[in-house]
Write a protein that binds this ligand. Structure first.
Ligand code: SF4
Ligand code: SF4
Length: 111
C-alpha cells in the first residue's frame, strides 16, 4: 500500500443493540432527568474534583447512554458528591442523584 504519511481512522460505529445498556436503563428508571442531558459540558467545567483529577461527567453520561462506560467504577470514585455540577446544569439534571444511582448500580448490576 502507498504510504501517504497519514492513516485513515478505523471504522467506528456505536451498536446500541450489542452494547451493554443495563446501566443506562437502570439510571433512567431511578432518575428520569438523565434523559434530558444535552451534553453541554457545564457540569464538567465546574466540577470541583475535575480541578484535581480526571473526572468528566459529561463524557461519562454520553458513554453510559451508549453502553460504553468501561471505567465507570474508577471514574465515579473520584466524585466527592459536592453537588456543584447540579447547581450549574442549565437543564436541571439531577446529577448528584445520577452519581448516587451509578454507585448503587455498580453494586447491584456487578459492573
Ligand atoms: S451540565 Fe447538565 S445538561 Fe450539561 S452535560 Fe452536564 S448534566 Fe448534561
Ligand atoms: S458532585 Fe461530583 S461530578 Fe459533580 S461537581 Fe461535585 S465532584 Fe464534580
Amino acid at each position: 500500500m502507498i504510504d501517504f504519511g497519514y492513516n485513515i481512522n478505523a471504522d467506528r460505529q456505536i451498536d446500541y443493540d450489542r452494547n451493554d445498556r443495563r446501566l443506562a436503563r437502570y439510571i433512567l428508571e431511578h432518575e428520569p432527568t438523565f434523559r434530558i442531558c444535552i451534553s453541554c459540558g457545564t457540569c464538567t467545567a465546574t466540577c470541583s474534583a475535575g480541578n484535581f483529577t480526571y473526572l468528566n461527567l459529561r463524557e461519562m453520561i454520553v458513554l453510559i447512554k451508549r453502553g460504553e462506560a468501561k471505567n465507570i467504577k474508577s471514574d465515579i470514585e473520584k466524585c466527592m458528591l459536592c453537588g456543584k455540577c447540579q447547581l450549574a446544569c442549565p437543564r436541571g439534571v439531577n446529577t448528584r442523584n445520577i452519581i448516587l444511582t451509578i454507585n448503587r448500580a455498580i453494586e447491584r448490576l456487578d459492573f
